[in-house]
Design a protein around this ligand. Structure first.
Ligand SMILES: N[C@@H](CCC(=O)N[C@@H](CS)C(=O)NCC(=O)O)C(=O)O
Length: 252
């Protein structure tokens, strides 16, 4: 059976899980422990990043290389269009998802987390007295932003430009999907699964496909996940999940 070395919350891994489910290929997930597990992964694969797919003795790191491998080894459900122009567009959209949507998504997610009272509380040592926890829980988000910015954790200017870039991206995606079922026409391709996987950070899918706390389902970044202008994109994304993604282990 195929093995996927992964982090559950990694959008590149989510792209690969979507591709495997679309092709209906059974696989076993191997959760890599950050740090020590990555050292073990380096010994196996010569690099430390996830996802890595194992097929027998063959180890394939990198989500794009994995997509090419899956496309070459399952002819019933191709991931890449055959016409050169469409194929080129498919690679370009996948690369946009990997190099723009995911890094911008990470930036805005980190900023939203830092401002969230639960996250601030979780970051405190266990020995923190209750009165101090109550004070931290009551901090306004603006104060958390100011503190995290002065500590260099998140800075307002890059967060603002990542947010703007994501608004423009969601607008572009809504336009692309207005007249057709998928980004490149009437069949799903790698481009759709790359974009859908990347969007996991902007708004968690409505059902529990990904092994994250259930309370996060259908929740996301304020100003992106809850803006009605981008609803057609998230409706499309949730439909793609319903049609092709398998529910996570143990969940009906
Ligand atoms: N180009 C890679 C990027 C993968 C990547 O950035 N993975 C992150 C997790 S989301 C990772 O393994 N980070 C750990 C590290 O860089 O050490 C791909 O498409 O698979």
């Amino acid at each position: 059976m195929l093995k996927l070395y992964q982090f559950e919350a990694c959008p590149y891994c989510e792209k690969v899980r979507l591709l495997l489910d679309y092709q209906q290929r059974p696989y076993e997930k191997v959760d890599v422990t950050p740090g020590w597990g990555q050292w073990e992964l380096w010994q196996k694969s010569g690099q430390t990043q996830v996802p890595v797919l194992q097929d027998g003795d063959e180890l394939i790191p990198d989500s794009t290389a994995i997509a090419l491998y899956l496309d070459a080894t399952c002819t019933d459900r191709p991931l890449l269009p055959t016409a050169p122009e469409q194929r080129g567009l498919c690679f370009a959209l996948e690369d946009w998802a990997d190099t723009a949507l995911i890094p911008n998504g990470r930036t805005v997610t980190l900023a939203a987390l830092v401002q969230h009272p639960n996250f601030r509380l979780a970051a405190l040592p266990e020995t923190t007295p209750d009165w101090a926890k109550a004070m931290v829980g009551a901090w306004p988000g603006e104060l958390a932003s100011l503190l995290s910015s002065s500590l260099g954790i998140v800075r307002p200017a890059p967060v603002k430009s990542a947010h703007l870039a994501l608004q423009q991206a969601l607008q572009a995606l809504c336009l692309m999907l207005e007249q057709q079922a998928y980004l490149l026409g009437e069949q799903p391709t790698l481009a759709d699964f790359a974009v859908a996987g990347a969007s996991m950070m902007l708004k968690v899918p409505e059902s529990q496909y990904v092994n994250l706390p259930a309370g996060l389902c259908d929740r996301g970044i304020p100003g992106l996940a809850d803006d009605v202008n981008y609803q057609p994109f998230f409706d499309w994304r949730d439909r793609l999940y319903k049609d092709y993604r398998q529910p996570r282990d143990g969940i009906e």
